[in-house]
Design a protein around this ligand. Sequence first.
Ligand SMILES: [Ca+2]
Length: 405
Amino acid sequence: MIKGTGMRLIFAIFACATFMGMSNVAAQENDFEAWLAGFRAEASAAGIQSEVLDEAFAGLSINSRVYELNDNQPEFSRAIWDYLDRAVSETRVSTARLKIAEHGSLLAHIEDTYGVDAEIIVAIWGLETSYGAILGSYDAIQALATLAFEGRRTGYGRSQLIGALKIIQNGYATRADLKGSWAGAMGHTQFIPTTYLAYAVDHDGDGRRDIWKNLGDVFASTANYLRVSGYRQNEAWGVEVNLPDDFDFALADGRVRKPLVEWAALGATSTTSQSLISRFDPNIRGKLILPAGARGPTFIAFPNFDAIMKYNRSTAYALAVSFLSIAATGQDPSVDTVWPRDDRPLALEERKALQQALADRGYSPGPIDGIIGAGTKKALRAWQKAAGLPADGYASVAVLNALTL
Ligand SMILES: [Ca+2]
């Protein structure tokens, strides 16, 4: 879990790593030693004892692999349907069911304690580390010190490194226990240090919050974090809907939240024979999401979806967790509107070309960096609206072609 940092790599297929020359590495090591001495003062001011620093930083060097992973820009985006196919594979679903059966009484106890459904905990576990099969073997202190020293995530690295040192100092885990991803996310459900400090719990009462080896601590910590993120037991994540052709897609910007009954009044209808407001509380609030644009499935996402997004700020991830949790209970999570599988994602140069075309036409997509963020989507919606097209802000091949005519 890399909350709010956008470090997750799910859409990215990485090409062309950057490598440093040997002489640069030597110079960098000297600089790192000097930086580390300065950082010790910062850590001391934050209350970290010198014995803890001595132990944590003994023989510490940077890990250049972390820079390669941190610096890479995605060349190609993966389509959301490809991501979901892999994330909610048959194997992952069948394993979820096995794990729920295997840990049934433990999960039931945690469900009662935290008011968080067992299948959501297991789905996050499955997505984060394939149920503990891939915990990550990076030394978290080294990985975080590497990020803190240099690059585009130094602020994140510094705060998380202080957090990791506090974990050691408080005796929650040992220096050797702190293993995880290259970005310092640790344990079965990938907590970053500050999240660990704030929300991890000691379920079995042995004095340690062991998210690496103790499944009671893992499940309770995950449930606790979801609870404080606003998760509500026995409530749906959201619902797939149909929208009329003349719908104002500007309402699907991911921020507008309305009661279900209002979305229904604007023309949203159920994809099943049962009406929307008879299936759910008419007053439940939700936001519209169109992950593949107006041609693809449309959803109204309820508060539980937002709670999952706090875990990992990715719509695709939150959909995968939601679908996997449904499948884990034996239900069918498949969508009624087919994904537009013929609509390939744009490559980096095409995404830049789309941004440039918007800029050339007087819209303001923000920096021409190939990242289709809120600014680009807003500019795209404005152009689509002016062109009489569905203003879904979705960067497709068809849109690029129309823009660059
Ligand atoms: Ca424990």
